[in-house]
Write a protein that binds this ligand. Structure first.
Ligand code: NAG
Ligand code: NAG
Length: 198
């Protein structure tokens, strides 16, 4: 009998405790991929939801970086009460905090990106006592401006071809119209000759 009671008590406790754990997670939102042009500044957007009030004292944001095909993590920026950018390594003087604690925004901006910035950026947010949820992950691709001028060149080639085709079409039409006019004149002369017969 007391065993039964114990079981009920356990179930009751579980019912009270489990949902509490489930809702107490930080939800993080990021784009999955960002493409940036070599030499420009690029914002890596990260916003979050927390079931607990957010304040400068409760919030910790960690941005980390993994190069392509590597699991080695490097710190990009650490935020607690204020921004703590790294004082050495790839991201020294190349990252600024672009977030807003009150707006649940933990974004950063990478400055003057180069192709060596290619890789995966993770946004990790903890808002005590909220346990951390799944990290946000952004794959950054830094492309050369050349790809833009390649598109421009392609457009120029297509445009040029169109112009050439139009000119050829114009000449063909002109020749056809000229020939038709000649034929019409021939027919007219012919029928004039015929009416003369009557
Ligand atoms: C673009 O990247 C190359 C390396 O691939 C670098 O040498 C060059 O300076 C960069 N250009 C700009 C505008 O940052
Ligand atoms: C970076 O990514 C771009 C786009 O995928 C690629 O064209 C380029 O070769 C990469 N550069 C490096 C250094 O990984």
């Amino acid at each position: 009998m007391s065993n039964h009671l114990y079981l009920w008590l356990l179930l009751l406790l579980e019912g009270l405790v489990l949902p509490e754990i489930e809702v107490s997670a930080v939800e993080i939102f990021t784009p999955s991929e960002v493409v940036a042009v070599n030499g420009t500044d690029v914002k890596l957007s990260c916003t979050f939801k927390s079931t607990h009030p957010v304040s400068d004292q409760s919030l910790i944001v960690k941005w980390n970086y993994r190069p392509p095909n590597s699991q080695r993590e490097t710190s990009v920026l650490y935020f607690q009460e204020s921004s703590h950018p790294p004082d050495a390594g790839l991201f020294k003087n190349r990252v600024v905090w672009s977030g807003n604690v009150a707006k649940r925004d933990a974004s950063i901006t990478l400055l003057h990106v180069s192709p060596t910035f290619n890789g995966t950026y993770t946004c990790q947010v903890t808002n005590r006592p909220d346990v951390q949820g799944r990290d946000g992950e952004i794959v950054l691709k830094v492309v050369q401006k050349a790809s833009v001028s390649e598109i421009g060149m392609l457009l120029a080639v297509v445009g040029g071809s169109c112009a050439v085709i139009l000119v050829i079409l114009g000449i063909v039409m002109g020749v056809k119209m000229y020939k038709k006019r000649q034929e019409d004149m021939d027919i007219e002369e012919h029928s004039i000759g015929k009416t003369d017969l009557y």
